[in-house]
Design a protein around this ligand. Structure first.
Ligand code: NAD
Length: 473
């Protein structure tokens, strides 16, 4: 097998040759990626089923089609994205061409997590290609069937000079990180993110961190409780709760909780029938180790299980579980759950709910379910999170127009659609000057004179507009 060093040298040489820069090359590679997805849908679905027992419906929506939409969006917009953005000038630079040029960064490293093993590696790749970079992909070793399939398909469809897949776990990734990259795009846990940042610091490599955390779901005011329960149950138990943007816990009043519980039971039965373990629409926990962690967490919790709670290790099955009457100090409230267990925390008011959220790390997503727009707006204005969605969960991340990423402990940087292209581009500020307006240019030269300073200030200072904002002339 080719060593990591050799792969990197090959990609570096390709990048230096400038092959990735032309629009046509980027377009061809994006189209090849689209063909990879279209030609191999069956194999992809099989791999995702092997790894996570992902139902076809979920795999198509959240893995294949999400990536297909993102590639198509990039293909349609690539030409526009690559155009320079012209900026305003002042009197002293009136005759100059001043623009922002998006340039590729070089050889980038994309490290992905296992919960959406196709989407999490290919969505960043789309932006890396669109921006004209070479890329090394490091899929998660935990979802080994998808990892293997990607390592076979990527070299078959994409330029081997410019793109490579490196397989392996923590040890291989640590080795890889000893090399210098021009950007590292990491999706995974907060704990590992710290070691990624340390490794990046050695080479001063810029980093995007797509992390997790505890995403709250608040329910307050008037709402259609049955519809709310359906949307909450769908967002929580989709991919068996193994979504970085799954609602981690619910915050509501005691009255709301009492109305919500029967509605959750009804929604679960409607979705998966009375024998959930037999339902083909409900996936599995990724490994025995992850299953044990979740069942241990459940065992340590001092809350009361009111729905579900059962598990079957041989099948890596955990029933959709809802738990109430837990304290803030409960084991389930100390870390991201990342599985099908939903604690419901009761508070006395919306005010208390907002305080509860604001006393903790900023989450990746925040959800508020309410019919009252004033409540939705209050939560939007008084909290901070990577993304925000009212009256639904997860859905906001499917729109390529919205940046997807965390804030604070839930991550840094964002992607999807144009945002991925921006993440993998250097925005080079360019000024193409001629020799005009020399009389103004001369004002800056020594010997300095008060009169020239006044002229220069007048020619270069942003002018205040009547409405109070500033603008450059
Ligand atoms: P993880 O951190 O264990 O693994 C992620 C990647 O890092 C894998 O490719 C793995 O091989 C590699 N890795 C593992 N240990 C390493 C080490 N010591 N040094 C270098 N690399 C190492 O994360 P995970 O369990 O795969 O993912 C779960 C977490 O990811 C959750 O917190 C979840 O919320 C988060 N997540 C975030 C997003 C997002 O878009 N923000 C998406 C999916 C998952």
């Amino acid at each position: 097998m080719e060593s990591q060093k050799k792969v990197l040298e090959r990609l570096r040489a390709a990048f230096r040759s400038g092959v990735t820069v032309p629009h046509q090359f980027r377009l061809t590679q994006l189209e090849a990626l689209l063909s990879l997805l279209e030609d191999n849908e069956t194999q992809i679905l099989e791999a995702l089923h092997k790894d996570l027992a992902k139902p076809k419906f979920e795999a198509v929506l959240s893995e294949i089609d999400l990536v297909v939409n993102d590639v198509c969006f990039a293909i349609s917009n690539l030409h526009t994205w690559m155009q320079p953005t012209y900026v305003g000038t002042n009197l002293a630079t009136k005759l100059d061409d001043c623009f922002v040029r998006r340039e590729p960064l070089g050889v980038v490293l994309i490290i992905a997590a296992w919960n959406y093993p196709l989407q999490l590696i290919l969505c960043p790749l789309i932006g890396a290609i669109a921006a004209g970079n070479c890329a090394i992909l490091k899929p998660s070793e935990i979802t080994s069937a998808t990892e293997k399939l990607l390592s076979e398909l990527i070299p078959k469809y994409l330029s081997q000079e410019c793109f490579a897949v490196i397989c392996g776990g923590a040890e291989e990734t640590k080795l890889l990180l000893e090399n210098r990259f021009d950007h590292i795009f990491y999706t995974g846990s907060q704990a590992v993110a710290r070691s990624i940042l340390r490794a990046a610091a050695v080479h001063l490599t810029p980093v995007t961190l797509e992390l997790g955390g505890k995403c709250p779901c608040l329910l307050f005011g008037r709402l259609d409780i049955k519809a709310a329960a359906r949307r909450l149950v769908w967002a929580k138990y989709f991919n068996v709760g193994q979504s970085c943007v799954a609602p981690d816990y619910v915050l509501c009043t005691t009255e709301m909780r009492d109305a919500l519980l029967p509605a959750i039971t009804e929604a679960l039965e409607g979705f998966y029938g009375s024998q959930i373990q037999q339902s083909e629409d409900y996936g599995r926990i990724v490994t025995d180790r992850h299953w044990e962690r979740l069942m241990e967490l459940l065992g340590k919790s001092e809350g009361k299980v009111v729905i579900g709670g059962e598990g079957a290790k041989e099948e890596k099955y955990i029933a959709p579980t809802v738990i109430v009457d837990l304290q803030e100090s409960d084991a389930l409230m100390q870390e991201e759950i990342f599985g099908p267990i939903l604690p419901i925390i009761t508070v006395e008011s919306l005010e208390q709910g907002i305080d509860f959220v604001n006393q903790r790390e900023k989450p990746l997503a925040l959800y508020i379910f309410s019919d009252e727009s004033q409540i939705v707006n209050t939560v939007l204005e008084r909290t901070s999170s990577g993304g925000f969605c009212s009256n639904d969960g997860i859905i906001h991340m499917t729109l390529p127009g919205l940046p997807f990423g965390g804030v604070g402990a839930s991550g840094m940087g964002s992607y999807h659609g144009r945002w991925t292209f921006e993440t993998f581009s250097h925005r080079r500020g360019c000024m193409l000057r001629g020799w005009g307006l020399e009389r103004i240019s001369m004002l800056r030269y020594p010997p300095y004179q008060e009169r020239n300073l006044s002229w220069l200030r007048w020619a270069t200072t942003a002018k205040k507009k009547a409405w109070g904002g500033c603008s450059v002339m």
